[in-house]
Design a binder for this molecule. Structure first.
Ligand code: UTP
Length: 464
């Protein structure tokens, strides 16, 4: 089709939905810029944007339906007997040894709260080793795959914004010792960003403002990119899903793999007990009888404070974004349509007069998919409560709670405990920082006390 016809088609499509402002600067662009703008406009589903704006921004009708909510009780790891725990861990290790487990990282987020420009995984949380979040994860995968004697393929979802920087970071660091063949990077989908009137913002004179379509975009991206097909080819049966920002994530934890396999459900989720009932986290629940997550804001006072006979809060199992799905489940549901949610954010844009505006208050609406909207489709889901101190150190904010500093401290406290559990005394470790490389220990096993003692003269003890 001649370019003019294409331009007319794009203009008409935009104008039909009141979005002709997207062409305001068209004539100022060079021909490559004009072509790119037309291509981008043609890829937008304007009808979808209009519906989402009407339902979510104008009418705020996220979910008007009456729902029945009940708790989904996660089983505490400690509630299993010692022999049951050993059996589950052995079962998980056997499955890893058979090469049936993959790691699936969603790392397409923008990390706006952290205020770090670039992929969050490259972030150095201030450990003595200066390791990035990506390196901690890579080394845990490497250690575990060495223990299992089998490769653990790693599927990493990025976004258009951070793909090149993510892959470049891995390349520069030689994939942290993993084989490049076993790491599969792919990009998630995008959605246009709109203002309060539903007009799509311009990121620049020739580009629409687009944002990643939320972590729930991971399932479709998994299928579209060929990653699911690759998993099948490799004989993967269990897919460990996790988010990039937990410095203590036990990627493909054999205990969890064993638990998920033993429970025999399409999905399993790790959770931690809420610090206090008012903690603002999503909690595992059953919504209309199906597994789901209930946000703090959706809970009534009664739900927040109700307890069971054993003294536990009824809704105490906080979602920490660590799940295992069977590949079969992902294959049959990756294409499912999930509902969009609204996020109100500060996003820089090009004004009608052509200037870049950097807002100080939220000005833009993003439409995002949430990964846990897939849970109900599993029908049933097993929950495993694990120790927060051992497994959860989120990096969300610049400082204070859930920051790089808090995550660093949690990791160092845990490694201190590992050293003590291995036989080094508190007295010997007084005033020292202990960091143990994931290559030396995945979860506190095999700590070399002689190596620790040989470094007692230093303020920082590093076991690698
Ligand atoms: P968060 O919900 O914490 O979002 O992501 P974020 O983008 O990292 O941070 P803020 O909210 O802007 O401060 C949880 C996980 O989901 C991934 C993130 O990379 C993180 O691992 N994610 C989020 C995606 O992969 N894609 C998205 O579109 C959003």
């Amino acid at each position: 089709m001649p370019d003019n016809a294409k331009l007319k088609q794009a203009l008409d499509a935009a104008a039909r939905y009141g979005q002709e402002h997207l062409f305001k600067f068209h004539d100022e662009l060079d021909s490559a810029g004009q072509e790119a703008l037309v291509e981008q406009v043609m890829s937008v589903d304007f009808a979808q944007i209009e519906t989402l704006h009407r339902d979510l921004v104008r009418n705020h009708s996220a979910s008007a339906a009456r729902e029945s909510i009940e708790p989904l009780r996660a089983r505490a790891w400690e509630d299993f007997s010692l022999s049951e725990r050993a059996a589950l861990a052995n079962q998980g290790m056997r499955i890893l040894r058979e090469g049936k487990v993959a790691a699936f990282l969603v790392a397409g987020g923008q990390g706006t709260r952290l205020g770090h420009n670039g992929p969050k995984g490259v972030f150095d949380i201030g450990l003595p080793s200066r390791k990035s979040l990506f390196q901690l994860q890579a080394e845990r995968i490497l250690r575990l795959s060495r223990q299992a004697g089998k490769t653990i393929p790693w599927y990493i979802m990025t976004s258009r914004e951070n793909h090149a920087e993510t892959t470049g970071f891995f390349k520069e660091r030689r994939f942290f010792g993993l084989s490049e063949r076993d790491i599969f990077f792919f990009k998630q989908g995008e959605m246009p960003v709109v203002d309060a009137d539903g007009k799509i913002l311009l990121a620049s004179k020739g580009r629409l403002s687009m944002g990643p379509n939320g972590n729930g975009g991971c399932f479709l991206a998994l299928a579209k990119s060929g990653a699911l097909e690759d998993m099948k080819r490799r004989g993967i049966e269990h897919v460990f899903f996790y988010s990039v920002d937990n410095a203590l994530v036990r990627v493909c934890d054999p205990r969890f793999v064993g638990f998920a396999a033993q429970m025999g459900m399409p999905a399993a989720s790790k959770a931690v007990v809420k610090v206090q009932p008012e903690e603002k986290v999503g909690v595992l629940c059953l919504r209309n009888g199906k597994p789901s997550v209930i946000e703090y804001s959706e809970m009534t006072e009664e739900m927040i404070y109700s307890k069971t006979a054993d003294g536990r809060y009824l809704y105490d199992s906080a979602n920490i974004a660590m799940h295992i799905f069977t590949r079969a489940f992902l294959e049959s549901h990756a294409g499912a349509s999930l509902p969009f949610h609204l996020a109100h954010k500060k996003i820089a844009y090009t004004s009608p007069s052509g200037e870049t505006v950097t807002p100080t208050l939220p000005n833009a609406y993003k439409f995002e998919l949430f990964m846990f909207d897939l849970f109900p489709m599993a029908g049933a889901m097993a929950g495993l409560l694990v120790s927060r101190e051992e497994e959860f150190a989120p990096v969300k904010n610049k400082d204070g709670v859930d920051s790089p500093a808090s995550a660093r401290n949690l990791l160092l406290e845990l490694h201190h405990k590992w050293a003590v559990a291995a036989g080094v005394s508190e007295e010997e470790l007084r005033g020292k920082l202990v960091e143990i490389s994931p290559l030396a220990s995945y979860a506190g096993e095999g700590i070399n006390t002689a190596l620790i003692r040989s470094q007692l003269g230093n303020p920082i003890i590093h076991v690698s």
